[in-house]
Design a protein around this ligand. Structure first.
Ligand code: ACM
Length: 697
């Protein structure tokens, strides 16, 4: 930028224009550190100018107590980088990969995760206090390769890095849709790649109890699909070898129809459930908290499960019990009255008091088994012991209230992947922004956060596409410094990580594409892909209320399931509109030459894109008409075509430097509003950007 200011004014404007044109999608107003492809951004990075030669092989050398998981991780990294010794290649040079660590790290003990990584032309050195740091250094190393001619090379670099938060999690709900071990394992690989370190395994809910229980076998028997205890141990080993701890969740006292189908004596209500719940509606059932048999059963089960799961933390849920079953049961109300758990009116149940009683009983059980209790923010309130950890999902208030009350806390509100909100939305959610209301001591109680993948609308086939790459934006928010906030730069690196994850075996791009091919049947998949790429499922919880009642057995194989959670194509188009607005606004006073240069590249790309969309509908009509599962999407396909036509009209005026007639503009906007109607639980993600284009004065 200093160079620019030294140039003559006219020339510098031209340079600026060309820069903008050449980096069409970057935002020139936000310079960022050169972080290349690293995600999460490390604490400090000093790039050199040299590279480690291509056709090098690396010979690992360890200094530290022997650890088979760490040496296996090194072998994996070298294989992924293609730096293992070739079978037959005499020309390869061998350089040292020196790995120094103090001790074997235990994630569940919050052992240190920091590391330094130095790449020079003569070799690579990793230094870390624990093997956890070594694993993170390897994850960073795997993101370093950059293209040099026809080769991928490792650039010279010196990195010092440590996480901002110690708890960086991903919740996977395996109760609503069961996720086989292979799904969990590949997601653990992805977590390790972006330095997430807690798998929160949501193992039970109304729709299923997913772990084999040897003491209470009806729990898994009524659920059908479950993990054997051997499989659980296999997952725990796999996670531990990647520096990831596993937090099991057994959600009580609500979300427990599956338990009640197995053991009806747990119920507060008089409904007898013969099977696990076959609906997604909030059931508001809860255990009977007054019966000693309830705690006896929980003691038996938790005795077994606390031994199976090695992490010192144990999640007991506690969410979404509105107390209606308790209020409706005279025996429970009598208990509450005797224990003075009524509101001041002397009649109404103080639901919180009764649930706190339940929580304290559960806490006593967990304490006996040396576990620390974690629960959703509903469990916070008077009487909750200070050693319970609160996971805040309903808002940030729960997070801060927990810390103010002296409880440790984890943030999930803002990181709900199942709501189909953008990566930018999650990225902008900081557990501790500068203006947080906590004292320094209270801030220390904020352990971090967790992205959550609730699986009502995600089965084992498409779940990766609902988690990735957006969870990586959460990973960066929780690892990198608070000041790392450039959203365009995050998206640039997210695209690279997305490709990296595919190489690790994640199905987030492959599975939707496969589904599209099935839906396209014998026809060319191209037009269907063009439509799907600009659709997004309707946001938040709207999918439950769009004229289609889903149940656990509804197949997730419609166009909505192939649509991305966040449309890259729509976002790119929106960035082009931004660039266009920047060019027409900032440079308008510099005359038509500059404006033309700035907009030309964008305009060409936008015209091509809009033409493709406009023409797409007629190509898709035959398939939309012949496939019953696709017919409901015909209005969206037509709307895309019509909206694109309006965008093209506005673009043509722009290119001719003509202002739109006010009447044309008003009519066009009205038409766009009319086109903005969801169908098949999806909406056209590109409509807002086309609207902004049409709105340009
Ligand atoms: C939750 O989403 N009910 C924790």
């Amino acid at each position: 930028m200093r160079l620019l200011s030294a140039l003559p004014r006219q020339l510098s404007a031209l340079v600026l224009v060309l820069l903008m044109a050449s980096t069409a999608l970057a935002q020139p107003a936000q310079p960022t550190a050169d972080t290349r492809s690293l995600l999460p951004v490390p604490t400090t990075v000093r790039w050199g100018t040299a590279t480690l030669k291509p056709r090098t092989t690396l010979r690992p050398q360890f200094q530290g107590p022997p650890d088979s998981a760490t040496s296996a991780a090194v072998t994996r990294t070298l294989a992924r980088l293609g730096l293992t010794a070739p079978i037959k290649n005499q020309s390869a040079t061998t350089l040292p990969l020196q790995i120094n660590y103090g001790k074997v790290g235990r994630p569940e003990q919050f052992d240190e995760e920091r590391y330094s990584l130095r790449v020079t032309p003569t070799g690579i050195t990793i230094d870390a206090p624990t093997t956890l740091g070594v694993l993170h250094a390897l994850a960073t190393l795997e993101q370093l390769p950059q293209r040099e001619g026809r080769n991928m090379v490792l650039p010279e670099v010196d990195i010092q890095d440590q996480p901002r938060f110690a708890w960086r999690g991903l919740l996977i709900d395996v109760a609503r849709h069961f996720m086989p071990v292979a799904v969990i394992k590949r997601n653990l690989d992805a977590m390790a790649a972006v330095k997430l370190n807690v798998l929160h395994w949501h193992l039970s809910d109304d729709q299923g109890f997913r772990v084999e229980s040897k003491t209470l076998p009806r729990l898994h028997e009524v659920s059908g699909q479950y993990y054997t205890q051997a499989q659980v141990r296999e997952v725990l080993r796999y996670a531990a070898a990647r520096g990831i701890r596993v937090l099991p969740e057994f959600d009580v006292p609500g979300h427990t129809i599956a338990w009640q189908a197995a053991y009806p004596q747990l119920a507060s209500g008089d409904t007898l459930y013969k099977t696990v719940y076959q609906s997604w509606r909030l059931a508001n059932v809860a255990f009977d908290p007054t019966k000693e048999t309830t705690y006896k059963l929980l003691d038996t089960l938790f005795g077994e499960m606390t031994a199976l799961f090695s992490d010192p933390y144990f999640h007991i849920g506690g969410d979404e019990n509105d107390g209606r079953q308790w209020r409706g049961n005279p025996h429970i109300m009598a208990f509450a009255k005797a224990k003075k758990m009524l509101k001041p009116d002397g009649k109404t149940l103080d639901k919180h008091a009764l649930q706190t009683y339940f929580n304290r009983r559960v806490l006593t059980i967990l304490t006996k088994y040396n576990k620390q209790m974690v629960g959703w923010d509903e469990i916070l309130g008077p009487g909750l012991p200070k050693n319970a950890v609160i996971q805040s999902w309903r808002g940030k208030k729960g997070l801060y209230d927990a810390a103010k009350a002296g409880n440790r806390a984890i943030l999930s509100n803002g990181y709900y992947l199942d709501l189909y909100l953008s990566a930018a939305n999650a990225y902008g959610t900081d557990p501790l922004p500068v203006d947080n209301p906590l004292s320094v001591a209270q801030q220390r109680l904020i352990m971090g956060g967790e992205a959550t993948m609730w699986s009502e609308f995600a089965d084992s086939v498409i779940v990766d596409s609902r988690i990735w790459p957006r969870a990586a934006a959460v990973a960066e928010r929780l690892w990198s410094a608070r000041e790392v906030t450039s959203t365009p730069d995050m998206y640039r690196r997210l695209a690279t990580v997305s490709r990296q994850l595919e190489g690790l075996g994640l199905q987030h791009r492959r599975a939707p594409e496969q589904l599209l091919r099935q839906l396209a049947g014998p026809t060319d998949v191209g037009p269907l892909r063009t439509l799907a790429q600009v659709l997004e499922p309707v946001k938040e919880y709207k999918r439950h209320f769009q004229g289609f009642t889903y149940t656990p057995s509804t197949p997730l194989n419609r166009l909505v399931d192939a649509a991305p959670a966040e449309s890259d194509v729509a976002r790119d188009f929106n960035c082009r509109v931004d660039s266009l607005m920047g060019a027409t606004g900032a440079l308008a006073d510099r005359g038509s030459v500059f404006t033309m240069i700035a907009t030309r590249r964008n305009a060409v790309a936008m015209r091509q894109q809009l033409q493709t969309w406009q023409a797409n509908h007629s190509k898709l009509i035959p398939r939309l008409g012949s496939s019953p599962t696709l017919t409901e999407y015909a209005p969206l396909s037509a709307a895309l075509s019509a909206a694109a036509a309006l965008g093209l009209e506005r673009l043509a005026l722009l290119e001719k430097q003509q202002k739109p007639e006010a009447e044309w503009q008003a009519a066009a906007l009205k038409q766009l509003d009319a086109l903005n109607k969801p169908a098949g639980q999806t909406e056209l993600a590109v409509l807002p950007a086309i609207r902004r284009l049409v709105e340009l004065k």
